[in-house]
Design a protein around this ligand. Structure first.
Ligand SMILES: NC(=O)c1ccc[n+]([C@@H]2O[C@H](COP(=O)([O-])OP(=O)(O)OC[C@H]3O[C@@H](n4cnc5c(N)ncnc54)[C@H](OP(=O)(O)O)[C@@H]3O)[C@@H](O)[C@H]2O)c1
Length: 250
């Protein structure tokens, strides 16, 4: 049994690696910080292959795929991602284009190539890490929220295609609210509301993935926002989202 996890050097991806290893999975771990991946490898009991790579380029995503495609991979978790904070007119465009390359294009291309292989074998799990942010627009984190909406929509559409084909291949989206990881430091923000523990989120996500849930929302308060968010008018949601994001400003 083997799983590939992107963004495994910290946060949710690192905890998913620990959980899958404890369940007996060999791992292919991908991220840029090789030292952190090597440290993690020492903690794990199953076989671990480290691929230190920046996957914010399609060329590298294909290089990654070509490197591992002959292995019998059961699970692919597209987890690597980051956000930025600020008024859209003032934030750094190159950083946002990098974000689109990682949060959208890497998820898109890796989902496509592994899905093709999984469909041929008629088995396999693809878990895409979106966010609660996927369900609405995010003033002050406009690009990040929009990237996660892409991940969610793509995943939902593929889920239905697979369902119609009676496929055994699973695809689903993890949609957490705030989680205590390296995310805030990278985005240059602080928590405005209480965050969930990363290990708990990872464990919940893996359990629900094996139960083949399409949309995985960990934590009671996040679930409440997810369900009741549908009944709030769009413009009200924009105001609320702005106020929540504003509290994150350092
Ligand atoms: N934390 C939250 O509140 C929260 C909420 C909802 C969704 N999420 C999502 O959860 C996922 C994991 O984030 P996290 O919260 O665990 O944050 P994190 O601790 O910052 O982890 C992000 C991971 O992505 C990797 N990564 C970043 N850029 C990369 C690149 N160009 N190429 C390869 N790997 C790259 C990082 O590794 P290197 O730096 O070593 O490359 C790191 O392992 C993200 O998709 C995030 O959007 C987070």
């Amino acid at each position: 049994m083997k799983a590939l996890i992107t963004g495994a050097s910290s946060g949710i991806g690192k905890d998913m690696a620990k959980i899958l290893s404890a369940r007996g999975y060999d791992l292919i771990l991908v991220a840029r910080r090789k030292d952190l991946l090597e440290q993690l490898k020492l903690e794990l009991k199953t076989e671990v292959e480290i691929i230190a790579m920046d996957i914010s380029s399609t060329f590298n995503c294909m290089k990654l795929y070509n490197k591992v495609k002959k292995q019998d991979i059961d699970i692919v978790i597209n987890n690597a991602g980051f956000g930025t904070f600020g008024n859209f007119s003032e934030t750094n465009m190159n950083k946002e284009l990098d974000m689109i390359d990682l949060n959208i294009k890497a998820v898109h291309s890796l989902t496509k190539v592994f899905l093709q292989d999984f469909k041929e074998k008629n088995k396999g799990y693809i878990l895409n890490v979106a966010s609660l942010a996927a369900f609405q627009a995010g003033p002050l984190m406009a690009t990040y929220y929009a990237t996660k909406a892409y991940v969610l929509r793509l995943t939902e559409a593929i889920y239905e295609e697979l369902r119609r084909e009676d496929s055994n291949v699973y695809i689903g989206a993890l949609c957490p609210g705030p989680v205590d990881t390296g995310f805030n430091d990278v985005a240059g923000v602080q928590f405005g509301v209480k965050a969930l523990n990363s290990y708990d989120v990872a464990k919940y996500a893996i359990n629900k993935m094996f139960k083949r849930k399409l949309i995985i929302v960990p934590g009671l308060s996040t679930k409440l926002v997810y369900y009741f968010g549908n009944f709030i008018p769009r413009k009200v949601k924009l105001k609320v989202a702005y106020n929540i994001q504003k509290k994150k400003e350092k």
